[in-house]
Ligand binder design. Sequence first.
Ligand code: HEM
Length: 419
Amino acid sequence: MSMATDSQTPGSRLVGRLLDPTSRADPYPIYAGFRALGPVWIEEMSSLVVASYRDCETLLRDPRLSAERDRFFQADQAADLYPAHAPSSVRQPWFLSLDPPDHTRLRRLVISAFTPRAVARMEDSIAQLVDEYLDGAAEQETFDVLSGLAYPLPVTVICRMLGVPPADERLFHRWSAQLTRMLDGFSNRYDGSGETPEWMQGEVELHRYVNELVADRRKSPRRDDLISELLAAEDGGDVLSHDELVSTVVLLLVAGHETTVNLIANGVLALLRHPGHLAALRAGPGTAPAVVEEILRYDPPVQLTVRVADHDLRVGDAKVPAGGLVLLLLAAAHRDPEATPDPDRFDPNREQVRHLGFGFGPHFCLGAPLARLEGRLALAAFARRVREPELVADPPPYREHVNLRGVSELLISHAGVTR
Ligand code: HEM
């Protein structure tokens, strides 16, 4: 997919602005531009861009759209650049990118581990981790909320669920950062050099590691981790192949990491910019779930998702040929005044928060209960323990990612962290 930056049409001009790194701190005026255009076909990207709430919601459950992104992206992602020694699981698409019946079969195998009830069992250990990270902040004059709290929490939690030995958790930080480029979908474009890109090397290393971990669990199964449960399913019949198992574990590691990092960091940022709401959360930690929902709407960790048209389609006045990409700008839909009154205002006290932050329809985020729990505990503890935080730079610096958009650093100076 070539991303035109030479401005031909209003749509491609907006795409050019969206891809410009200087827009990262505030892409919302660009999203407003897309909403004003209505559904727009951008020829040079072979893509339809959709920005209204109603269109995004409707298309996310339209069976004429496929989640098999690889069909569209394969050509320029240079799938044949995997090194010869790469494990075969790297070519197994994860179920985020599969349609029924394979999607349904694989999703069903892990859904029970992520129900609100199942994740509630982790509440105490997550709260304890959050407290340990904030204890670390007490020693520091300035504290980076990203590297000190938001970044380590989700990766540690998912590693523990899967049964990754604690000594290996640090490996996942690097792999996760590399693989986020792949999940982002905008920062992993093949540069045509013929070299294996860095993110792909990270993917291969992670697959190799997970293959070994699975082999290890096969030899000595445990009773309390998700990999052992998946192995039992694999052994229990023709339900899951080895490569599908590995690719599912990789998906859980990657999909739940940077997304939750950004939920926490975007949340702290919004609270620091709205001290009244930070004080309200400090006074009433029970409001944390409402704060989390409003963050998911106001500044969502996943800004967009994509589908591929299985058939020729018409959306509004725009036509999409079969095989075309459909880009659903979730973050734009969240600021649609037809869905949310006064949408540009951050207000955790809204009566109803409508968002597609976890997607919608058959691919609705499987980890939503876990992400909500981590977000709630991290934000409530931040409000309770960090007494007078001040943002060192506003806006803070952002990473290059367009989709999994988030800060690269969130420095606060503070007058003390309490117990
Ligand atoms: C705030 C944090 C999170 C956000 C904003 C988020 C967002 C999303 C979104 C928007 C989708 C749908 C993508 C699409 O329809 O194309 C999705 C799917 C998914 N998410 Fe999350 N996610 C988060 C955390 C997690 C966590 C913690 C996990 C697991 C550990 C997880 C696992 C998944 C999986 C497995 C899918 C694919 C579901 C399917 O295809 O059926 N996510 N997520």
